[in-house]
Ligand binder design. Structure first.
Ligand SMILES: *Cc1c(COP(=O)(O)O)cnc(C)c1O
Length: 427
């Protein structure tokens, strides 16, 4: 199928087009390996001179079909599935940034990514500078160094719910000769396609809305194909100079717009693994088939819940960019005109104990370490996902100690609001 169709059609049909007599549903190719008739053919595959499957750690037909669906949804030239969102963000950076390199990162991001970049990448010799995305350009641009390789942010921050000014950050990244990488997990390509705003690489935790049913952990890296690596060849030797592990092949020369994606598969997946099980990709694909139906319902429900919280005197504050008085409402109108997502955060009047009492009083909305699936759920980042961070780091990451993250599902909104109301009555 061509990839110029509308987004809903791509959700349902992109990635797998059966030929005459083939399975209508995406098949699960549960095989580690693939057979060839002679050794010469296999050798060509190993030299990247011919395309084909040989070992699932590098490529698998089920995984590739789902990756190409996500590439179509984002409007990219290539995509690679990973075994988690964490792996996706790691690969997106590590594919272009090695020991001695540096990245500039919005400080309002997911706690797992905050640790990955600030602590684990540091151990690999990659430095990271966190910047306040609300600061002005001049202030943010002070963070760039000669060895900077990328700028990173989240379309909608988890759990801070701020909206990233993609176009502005893309321009900043390009002024410094580096790509903008955007984690588009919460918005999904149904509500925002960052490439249309100048972003170069998109990542996803497919664990969230894309799957939508909390059945698999997965991730994805999508390349727009737009960044001109050769124009900054000194910064990106991994892409623009010969790879000794492939007999001196140069990715940009051999693969053009597919250079970044090919290197990620041929080098990083080969050496580090982290591919999803084909069974998981099958489940992810089932989720993707209804993404365009679920996202509007998440947004519609969340808008009503956010308004309810906003109007309740026991609630101290709410962050949801769909609210007219949200500090990022204007950015949301620009980047998320059809709605943002089902996730919001808020604080109750009272202390940490008040938040815990509220959550423990919920009956239908569950306390789970998850977000962005069909069922409504809550979490208190300071005591759950972000408990490794100090109070100071929490504030730096834009997370107030009283912040409750609420992920509004696709149930009937009256029942969601009733549950919240009865829990508020108990605090
Ligand atoms: C959950 C999440 C991740 C990490 O993804 P996993 O699939 O849990 O590894 C990364 N970024 C964002 C925005 C997330 O919400």
């Amino acid at each position: 199928m061509d990839n110029k169709k509308h987004i809903g059609t791509l959700c349902v049909q992109a990635g797998w087009t059966p030929k005459n007599g083939e399975s209508r549903v995406l098949p699960i190719v549960q095989s580690t390996t693939f057979k060839y008739d002679n050794s010469e053919e296999m050798a060509l595959l190993f030299d990247l001179k011919k395309e084909g499957y040989f070992y699932t750690r590098l490529q698998n037909p089920t995984n590739d079909a789902v990756a190409s669906k996500i590439a179509a949804l984002e409007g990219g030239v290539g995509a690679v599935l990973t075994s988690s969102g964490q792996a996706a963000n790691f690969y997106a950076i590590f594919n272009i940034c090695e020991a001695g390199g540096h990245i500039v990162v919005s400080n309002n991001i997911y706690g797992g990514t905050y640790n990955l970049f600030g602590v684990t990448l540091k151990k690999l010799g990659i430095d990271c500078t966190y910047v306040d995305p609300t600061a002005d350009d001049e202030e943010i641009e002070k963070a760039f160094r000669p060895n900077t390789k990328a700028l990173f942010g989240e379309t909608i921050a988890n759990p801070g719910c701020s909206v990233f000014d993609i176009e502005r950050f893309a321009k900043m990244a390009h002024r410094h000769g580096v790509p903008l990488i955007v984690d588009n997990t919460f918005a999904t390509p149904v509500n925002c396609r960052p490439f249309e705003w100048g972003c170069d690489i998109v990542t996803h935790s497919t664990t969230k809305y894309m799957d939508g049913h909390a059945t698999q952990v997965g991730g994805c890296v999508v390349d727009s194909g737009n960044f001109d690596w050769d124009a900054h060849a000194d910064k990106f030797p991994g892409l623009c100079t010969p790879d000794e592990s492939y007999h001196g092949l140069t990715y940009t020369k051999a693969f053009g717009k597919m250079a970044y994606t090919t290197k990620l598969v041929a080098q990083l997946m080969r050496d580090l693994g982290s591919i999803p099980a084909p069974q998981n990709s099958f489940l992810l694909n089932l989720g993707l088939e209804t993404l365009h139906l679920r996202m509007p319902r998440h947004c519609e429900n969340a808008q009503k819940v956010a308004q309810f919280l906003h109007d309740d005197p026991r609630v101290a504050w709410v962050r949801y960019s769909g609210l007219a008085d949200d500090p990022d409402h204007k950015l949301a109108l620009k980047y998320l005109p059809n709605g943002s997502c089902g996730v919001m955060c808020f604080g109750l009047k009272g202390d940490r104990e008040t938040a815990i009492k509220f959550m423990d009083s919920l009956k239908m909305i569950a306390i789970v370490t998850h977000v962005a699936d069909a069922r409504s759920c809550v979490l208190h980042p300071a005591s759950h996902t972000h408990r490794q961070l100090s109070e100071e780091q929490l504030r730096e990451a834009g997370i107030a100690p009283d912040l409750i993250r609420l992920s509004v599902g696709i149930e009937d909104v009256e029942d969601i609001i009733d549950d919240i109301r009865q829990a508020l009555d108990k605090i």
